[in-house]
Design a protein around this ligand. Structure first.
Ligand code: SIN
Length: 541
């Protein structure tokens, strides 16, 4: 294709501007950084985070206790060293954030106020503005980013493809808002593109969470890991909105209860920790109850009552917008896709397998979340790993790259924004077959249909293409993992299996005919002598 292409040169390109991307970009100074975002600086899932940042800063707390809770929640797949890094460095990251102006909620004597959430053994969740924690972090970082020397923001700009030359990163092909594509030539690229929540019909994630980073990394040949683990938040407000408003776990942390239409506390009847049982347990309990024809509600009247508007202003506004008053009536709930535990496999500096590529935030998989992320650990991980990536960028010499602008370019899409019939079909399919409860039959059917949809996609990089690729990867990995663990539940293999207690690494072949994952056989011997799972299953094309 002979499109004249302008070259823009940088030391580093950061794709994505949530808490992770902005932290990495700020820390990389004085390098020349291009910060590329398809929306604007203040957007993405970070901005929406209600429930706060878990951090071991309380009197009776320690990073060791926080790490132990993180490992326990992750259903056998958290890397303990990474949990140590996040919880220990997290304390410093929050102190630094406070120094640069972040305002967390405080008690009457000015002390930091810590909330409680499921599976945390201590009160250690910081909030800002009640339930506007993410917005406060984004505000604080965005102020700095706008003022930073050497940092150029490219907003409304869609990253179409990573450029790889001689086996290493050489830049990113980006579609700018004027419709033209430009080559951002750089020896180092950081993916901070967020998650894939929009893959599912019901999600708490903003419209832009379409899994773009997964496809960018997979197509460039980088390793991914654990993509079958998608966390569903138990309590989204069940109203006709997309995305669904989140009813933060802090509501349950303060004693709100889940009831059905007859006022029965059905989750409490199933698990000793009741409403504060691990997130996957609560979400599946609600899912099953709904599937059995019941309804599910979060009743906040007794626990929060008249304090609701002041304590949870964002949630209160969303409820009122839907015509519901949480002070007077229980809130209808449904589980919704919330967080991707897997992603681009990175080491403890955020480095991906492809030289010159780093990843941080939700698009990455550091090993901190295992099969089930502990609530409120993701902003902390984004801050810690954003900073680690930046430190690595500053200290690693970068080779010269050329990113030859005369290379053949991929076709351009008419419009990269998602939407339309095919986009909706993928979301429905994912919700039905790749969601909270999976089985081989449903997954195989979905994969066959997705393989067809991939071939029918209009030409060019787009959010819909990202979604189909994400669905193919999640579906194939979910079918491959023949057990249930954390957020991944297989009704045909309903228990965890020791032989599967490993992180599932893969690379993928991506071409016009399909997205085909190649699963690596685990390097470590399996604990119970069971035969190892096959390296790579056949995937319909
Ligand atoms: C919530 O507020 O419930 C979400 C917090 C999180 O997912 O970490």
């Amino acid at each position: 294709m002979s499109e004249a292409i302008e070259r823009l040169v940088a030391d580093v390109v950061v794709v994505g501007t949530g808490v992770a991307g902005m932290t990495a970009a700020l820390g990389a100074a004085p390098l020349a950084v291009h910060l590329v975002t398809k929306t604007d600086l203040e957007s993405g899932s970070s901005l929406w985070a209600q429930g706060g940042v878990a951090v071991a800063l309380g009197h009776e707390d320690s990073p060791e206790l926080h790490a132990a809770d993180t490992v326990a929640a992750g259903a056998g797949l958290v890397d303990p060293e990474v949990a140590d890094i996040v919880t220990r460095d997290g304390v410093l990251a929050i102190r630094r954030l406070i120094e640069i102006g972040a305002e967390f909620d405080r008690g009457v004597r000015g002390e930091l106020a810590f909330g409680r959430e499921a599976a945390h053994s201590r009160r250690r969740i910081l909030h800002a503005g009640g339930d506007a924690t993410g917005a406060e972090l984004v505000r604080t970082l965005a102020l700095r980013v706008r003022a930073a020397a050497g940092l150029t923001i490219f907003d409304r700009s869609f990253a179409e493809q990573l450029v790889v030359e001689q086996g290493r990163i050489a830049g990113v092909l980006v579609r700018h808002p004027d419709g033209r594509r430009r080559l951002h030539v750089a020896p180092r690229v950081v993916l901070a593109t967020g998650g894939l929540g929009q893959l599912y019909r019901y999600t708490t994630n903003p419209r832009e969470a379409t899994g773009d980073g997964l496809l960018l990394a997979a197509a460039a040949g980088a390793r991914l890991v654990d993509v079958e683990f998608v966390q569903f938040h138990p309590t989204a407000l069940a109203v006709a909105r997309d995305p669904l408003p989140l009813l933060t776990e802090a509501l349950r942390g303060e004693g709100s209860v889940l009831v059905d239409e007859g006022g029965e506390r059905f989750v409490a009847a199933e698990h000793p920790d009741g409403e504060l049982a691990p997130r996957d347990v609560v979400a599946r309990s609600i899912w099953r109850h709904l599937a059995d024809g019941h309804r599910a509600f979060l009743d906040t009247r007794q626990a929060i009552g008249e304090r609701f508007p002041e304590r949870f202003p964002q949630v209160f506004a969303a409820c009122r917008e839907a015509g519901i008053d949480p002070r007077r009536e229980p809130l209808p709930v449904v589980p919704a896709a919330h967080f991707m535990m897997g992603g681009v496999a990175v080491d403890d500096s955020g480095g991906a397998s492809l030289p010159g590529l780093w990843a941080c935030g939700e698009v990455s998989s550091t090993g901190a979340h295992g099969a089930n992320r502990l609530a409120s650990n993701s902003l902390l991980e984004a801050l810690v790993f954003g900073a680690r990536v930046a430190a690595e960028l500053r200290s690693t010499p970068a080779p010269a790259v050329s990113a030859d602008a005369s290379l053949p370019l991929p076709p351009a899409a008419d419009d990269w924004r998602g939407g339309g019939e095919l986009h909706r079909e993928v979301r429905d399919l994912a919700w039905a077959s790749l969601g909270l409860v999976r089985d081989a039959y449903g997954l195989s059917g979905a994969l066959a249909r997705l393989a067809t949809l991939w071939r029918e996609l209009p030409a060019g990089a787009s959010e819909t293409r990202s979604l189909v690729a994400a669905a193919l990867l999640v579906g194939a990995a979910a079918r491959h993992r023949e057990e249930s663990r954390g957020a991944h539940f297989r009704s045909d293999f309903p228990a965890p299996r020791e032989a599967w207690r490993f992180r599932q690494f893969l690379t993928a072949s991506v071409d016009a005919d399909g997205v085909v994952p190649h699963f690596e056989t685990p390097a470590a011997p399996l604990a119970d002598g069971a035969p190892p799972p096959a390296a790579s299953p056949e995937v319909p094309r």
